[in-house]
Design a protein around this ligand. Structure first.
Ligand code: OTU
Length: 656
């Protein structure tokens, strides 16, 4: 489904007719300068909103009227935008590529588990700045349903903060304080579904047809059965199937995730308008980055797996254009854990580029880092990552090693075959290895979402436990522990040196291990993702300056990662590319970063637990006359025409 030049022409014509009316409206709502800015933005983005909306809703509404209505809401938001945020808009419009800077480092945490509540975050800002953090993702902060809420991903009210964390006023204050410290606030926006306790769902239950149309409901199994033929199950063990019978509604409701998470019906333009207004309101509270949860699922089509549908992208494109008009400082981050070819489309890389999200999780890199570490072999990573397309201009990856979810072992058959690996066997190996069930494994994780039909499973566990720190501490072994720490740092050093924005998942910087206490909490028991959602261990963190401790070694390593990165302009993302290089050592991953202005950087990671070397000709390919390691955590030597790396280590070589 392509956006056609015909739609663009129509958009131009409609706007030409409406311009005068919007000039008056803007002049009423805003002062001269802001009205001029608002109108300039509408000029710039009108067609970008109109085109996708025509394709999405052209059959059911007059698109000119719809855009008119949406612009009304957007102008309201622009008028309500606080002064400080308008200044931020100005800054970001002057420097729209601010987030591509090599100084960017992200941190991801639950406000309560990290700092007690929202206001507690203030006391931890120095800790974050110490790690070089410029971006803070606070895990779900909006009011969830009571009882099980999928970790907050079942939102009962998008316009209220979870009372356990604080108030909307607290969120506003914390956003401003973070901003004053150079930290951008990111929050989750669960766009695909609401809790069944959300007002819309309650009104649907009360019998209001208008609200039944917010969701996807079916009177009998005919359509659900037909859809199910092509639908995977996200939580096969705990929430099998994709539909839930709701007695009071006398209908099957679409529930991709848990039965209390009702999928929204984006074929209804009213739902789109609601979500747009919610985003604008939260932007005005000071949210700078929206993590758009489960975006691949927003559009359903019979006969498909109902993920990554073209309309899901059109929705994002229309939202992107309209939010740009209201709050240009805001960025979108796609939470799309999908195959590489599908993934880059969320950054707007279609056959023809579109403005969509600026940021997306690089889950391939994450999976392949763990895969390379476990097999001590980087050939699959080299092959698979070489195939990935470069993000379009002014977009980038978020690179990460762990997050609050399980790890899905997304290895494609094509990539596996290309390096002579059996896809199924390798995935089984990764599942078993990380569950601690392969001889010689160092990992302490658990299976998540085991599917007895496909035998597939994902993996839970903190980075420290998966990287061997838990096992080493338990065995009280002097050789295992340094190796595990080095492994963990080398994994992070790879993603810090990759380009994109690196994310630290809370606790990784001090090696927080699995938390088994979730078994005792009835709301969490049964969902082992809680083993890698521990509370911050501030007692352990207090040891972070002591080089003799695990915490000290990791924390100083993370500080070095941020400092080295900030001093390495090749890691800035404007126009740079990252390409893994084929070379002569299977145990090492080598990648070439080419920056059009600052030149090359050759990254090399040794996943083996013994020293390894690679042909120094790689430096010539990277045009590094005098290779010098700018990371500075592990020693590198050049000898006999080879670059020698210690066990479990990373170097970033530049010409110098
Ligand atoms: C997300 O994850 C969240 O990160 C999870 O914590 C939630 O449970 C879920 O949404 C529902 O809100 O399937 O296994 O491609 O991978 O949306 C986790 C995107 C998930 C999906 C992702 C989802």
């Amino acid at each position: 489904m392509a956006v056609s030049s015909e739609h663009r022409r129509t958009a131009r014509q409609v706007w030409a007719q409406q311009r005068a009316q919007w000039q008056v409206a803007a002049a009423d709502a805003l002062d001269d300068r802001d009205a001029a800015r608002f109108l300039a933005r509408v000029e710039r983005w009108y067609a970008d909103a109109f085109e996708p909306l025509s394709l999405l809703y052209g059959q059911v509404v007059d698109v000119g009227d719809l855009v008119d209505e949406l612009l009304d809401s957007v102008l309201g938001a622009a008028a309500a935008r606080p002064h400080a945020l308008r200044l931020l808009d100005d800054t970001r419009e002057i420097d729209p590529e601010w987030f591509l800077d090599e100084s960017m480092v992200g941190y991801v945490c639950y406000a309560d588990r990290f700092a007690g509540d929202l206001t507690g975050i203030v006391e931890r800002i120095d800790y974050l700045r110490d790690l070089g953090v410029t971006y803070l993702h606070l895990m779900p902060v909006l009011a969830p349903r009571e009882g099980p809420s999928d970790g907050g991903y079942a939102v009962a009210d998008y316009r209220a903060v979870d009372p356990a964390l604080g108030t909307m006023q607290d969120l506003r204050r914390i956003a401003a304080t973070l901003r004053d410290h150079g930290i951008s606030l990111c929050v989750d926006l669960v766009v695909n579904h609401t809790a069944r306790e959300h007002e819309w769902a309650r009104k649907a239950i009360a019998g209001e047809q208008a609200y039944r149309d917010y969701y996807l409901m079916f009177p009998d199994r005919t359509l659900p059965d037909a859809f199910e033929e092509h639908l995977p199950e996200v939580f096969p063990d705990r929430a099998p199937g994709n539909f839930t019978w709701v007695d009071v509604l006398d209908a099957w409701v679409w529930t991709t995730f848990h039965d209390y998470q009702w999928d929204l019906n984006y074929a209804n333009p009213v739902v789109f308008a609601e979500m747009l207004a919610i985003i604008c309101d939260l932007a005005n509270v000071g949210v700078e980055i929206f993590r758009l949860d489960a975006v691949p699922f927003t559009w359903k089509r019979m006969g498909t797996n109902c993920q990554n549908q073209p309309e899901a992208h059109l929705l994002l494109q229309a939202l992107r254009a309209l939010v740009r008009i209201a709050a240009p400082a805001v960025l979108f981050k796609a939470e799309a854990i999908v195959t590489p070819d599908d993934l880059v489309q969320y950054l707007g890389a279609h056959d023809l580029q579109r403005h969509e999200c600026e940021l997306a999780y690089h889950n391939q890199l994450m999976v392949l880092l763990w895969s390379s570490a476990a097999s001590r072999d980087a050939r699959l990573a080299t092959h698979a990552l070489r195939r990935m397309r470069t993000p379009p201009p002014a977009t980038t990856w978020m690179t990460y090693l762990r997050c609050h979810d399980d790890i899905g072992w997304a290895i494609t058959g094509e990539d596996a075959a290309a390096v002579g690996v059996d896809e199924f066997d390798h995935r089984a190996f990764l599942i078993d290895f990380h569950a601690g069930e392969v001889p010689g494994t160092y990992a302490r994780g658990e299976r998540f979402g085991f599917n007895p039909v496909t035998l597939d499973a994902r993996t839970s566990g903190t980075a420290a436990s998966l990287a061997g720190i838990e096992q080493a501490l338990e065995r009280d072994d002097d050789t295992l522990l340094p190796a595990a720490i080095s492994r963990m740092l080398a994994l992070y050093a790879t993603l810090y040196g990759w380009g994109g924005i690196p994310l630290i998942y809370m606790g990784d910087e001090i090696g927080v291990r699995n938390d088994y206490s979730y078994h005792d909490d009835p709301a969490h028991a049964g969902d082992n993702r809680w083993m890698h959602r521990p509370r911050m261990d501030w007692q352990a963190a207090a040891r972070r300056r002591d080089a003799a401790t695990v915490e000290g070694r990791l924390f100083s390593g993370f500080r070095r990662l941020a400092a080295s990165r900030a001093a390495t302009p090749q890691l800035q993302d404007m126009g740079a590319t990252t390409t893994p290089l084929h070379h002569d050592n299977p145990h090492t991953l080598a990648w070439l970063r080419r920056h059009p202005r600052f030149g090359g950087l050759l990254g090399i990671t040794n996943f083996d637990d013994v020293p390894q070397s690679v042909d120094a000709d790689l430096c010539a390919d990277a045009r590094l006359g005098q290779p010098r390691d700018v990371l500075g955590i592990w020693p590198m030597t050049l000898r006999d025409g080879r670059i020698h790396l210690p066990a479990l280590s990373t170097v970033w070589l530049t010409d110098g």
